[in-house]
Design a protein around this ligand. Sequence first.
Ligand code: PLP
Length: 397
Amino acid sequence: MDLAQLQALDNEFVLHTYARYPVAFVRGENARLFDISGKEYVDFASGIGVCSVGHANARLAEVIAKQAKNLLHTSNLYYIEPQVRLAQRLVSLFCGVDSKPMRAFFCNSGAEANECAIKIARKYGAQRGAHKIITLDSSFHGRTIASLKATGQPKMHAHFGPYPDGFVYAKDIDDIYNHLDKHTCAVLLELVQGEGGIAPMDREKVKALSKHLRAEQILFMVDEVQSGVYRSGEIFASRIYGVQPDVISMAKGLAGGVPIGAVLTTLGDIFEYGEHGSTFGGNFLSCAAALEVLDILYENYTNGSLKERIIAFESALDSLLKDFGHIFLRRVGLGLMCGLHTHNADMLPTIISAALESGVIVLKSGKGVLRFLPALTIHKDDINEGFSRLREALANL
Ligand code: PLP
């Protein structure tokens, strides 16, 4: 099938929820992608931060194939060894600053993980007569009705109401305090807003907030769907911030492209049997894949190669900023969740299309930010080649 045929069929049979670029990829190799016409690209997006160990990772592929030949799924009515091992691994990897015991729940996406977080908060709140959840302006928490309502971008809420009530948006961390009251059961936030401009929150303010919420017995919930699983340079960005959230949600890079979502919580007894669940969540396939991804990333973390890649990426971004100061204002982000703030947000679509034309894949974030979420296993040569292609695209704008 060629691109034109694919586009025609997509247009006819698939709901029009995505404005797609005119490209169809057929094959990948770590941070390189190849399209239907044979053109090769450097991938600085990794499927929006999903392909954490790169495309066609041989170790991950082998584990997935082996698991598929053995057992994919049995349902959560029975014990699932990879699920138990993944829960144990995530809890021990998190190992928070004051390390309260945690338990895990598994689902299939970031929105579902946040849905579980919201349910935990509501159940916790119901025990105290409180149901209000505070989130931040410009946040993004997912597209199910509750996670969409938690998303502090009211323009996204049009057409889908009525919504569950009790969600309140604060302008920033300082403003959260203005909304706290006896009806508040939780605060949910991203430490680095993915859709909201890749701007990391202030570390001291986050620490103070977490301390205050604990004193007030209000849950501190962190959405690490994008920032989690080593993307920040640590297993969770919460580690960098020196906080132990009561609830952490994660998804994206956890199983390297196999759908998975997870929640870790210190409220290990919040649900009774039957109060929450997921048909596919935590099945053999996704958990076996996640265990292998965590092994690979842990090795990259402990041998220093992840850190080296972060430094190489940061210096390439700094040098781009220096040479294209008329386009970019400043570098933003944390680890390999990074970006360049543009002077003029209207230029982003042109930049992204020109980059694609030059053979490098980049993303946008809200507030005029060119976003980069490369595979955490990206090679230095690919970083160099990708930035050289990006320079070429920018020079020709
Ligand atoms: N939370 C954050 C911070 C995200 O970046 C995303 C997805 O981009 C989500 C939640 C929703 O995840 P999903 O698309 O897997 O439902």
